[in-house]
Design a protein around this ligand. Structure first.
Ligand SMILES: [Zn+2]
Length: 282
């Protein structure tokens, strides 16, 4: 055989192998969506809150009493700055600044809580909820150790089809975080703009994200976070009908539990002054 033909065959074999490896389960973009169920050690469905629907007495009380609560919105906890990436810079929050936030909250008698804790009737005097959008792996590597060290808690909003992908939480991370008392909420299946999808896609983004996490972890999510903060009445109804009890937006301000499906948040950027933001909570 001529040398050129041999080289061509060799080249095709290499390319074929790379393509085959990429297509293996675990490399597929929808790995968590399609993968068989993982073995469960714990059934989180009724623990620690037995009533995960809107008849929960503590839920009714909190929403009827118009409880106000600051909800902080973080994305990445990482040291990052790139002059040509203003959006990335804005989503990156320095680990040292994050640790300062936690210490500030503790020193000022705020108690980080979760939506599940509210259902358990454990609403502290000065509640605050730390939320983390998108489910990045730096939550596990950087934010969680700081939270755990201070025996605090947080809520992480995961995008179903990113779980296990590069820079996102793995299934193993999530098991460990659930065991550590971290609450998971849904940030949809693909992070689509929910105001721009048809009814079938809306169901896939909202209902399926909740079902799939229940299959994977025996865990029923009660909180939802609208991707890119986009919602309308159709989206709110779909979220409510899917069994969620709270939904967070990107509207700026202190949340009021009287509107549990349009909760405002405080966006945490490198320029945010937490003390100043919390002045609004009086
Ligand atoms: Zn997001």
């Amino acid at each position: 055989m001529p040398k050129k033909v041999l080289l061509a065959i060799f080249f095709l074999l290499i390319v074929g192998t790379i393509v085959a490896v990429k297509l293996l389960p675990g490399h597929s973009l929808t790995s968590v969506v399609d993968k068989p169920n993982v073995a469960n050690q714990t059934d989180y469905r009724t623990s620690p809150v037995p009533i995960l629907h809107q008849d929960n007495p503590a839920y009714l009380a909190a929403t009827q009493q118009s409880v106000r609560i600051p909800i902080l919105m973080y994305h990445h906890i990482v040291d990052y700055h790139n002059a040509s990436d203003p959006l990335g810079n804005n989503l990156a929050y320095a680990p040292a600044k994050f640790a300062q936030d936690l210490d500030y909250l503790l020193a000022n008698h705020f108690t980080p809580t979760t939506f599940r804790a509210i259902l358990a009737g454990k609403l502290p005097d000065k509640p605050v909820i730390l939320t983390f959008d998108d489910g990045y792996d730096d939550f596990y590597s950087t934010a969680y150790p700081a939270i755990k060290q201070r025996q605090l808690t947080a809520v992480v909003f995961v995008i179903l089809n990113r779980i296990g992908q590069k820079s996102y939480l793995s299934l193993g991370n999530m098991h460990e975080l659930l065991d550590g008392g971290i609450e998971f909420g849904s940030h949809s299946t693909t992070h689509a703009d929910l105001t721009k999808v048809d009814a079938a896609q809306l169901e896939h983004e909202i209902v399926y994200s909740r079902q799939r996490i229940d299959e994977l972890f025996h865990y029923q999510m009660i909180s939802f976070c609208y991707p890119s903060g986009a919602f309308n009445d159709t989206v709110i109804n779909a979220v409510q009908n899917a069994g969620f009890m709270f939904a967070t937006t990107t509207k700026d301000g202190i949340a009021n539990l009287a509107s549990p499906f349009t909760l405002s948040r405080i966006r945490m950027t490198p320029d945010t002054n937490l003390a100043q933001e919390l002045q609004k909570f009086k």
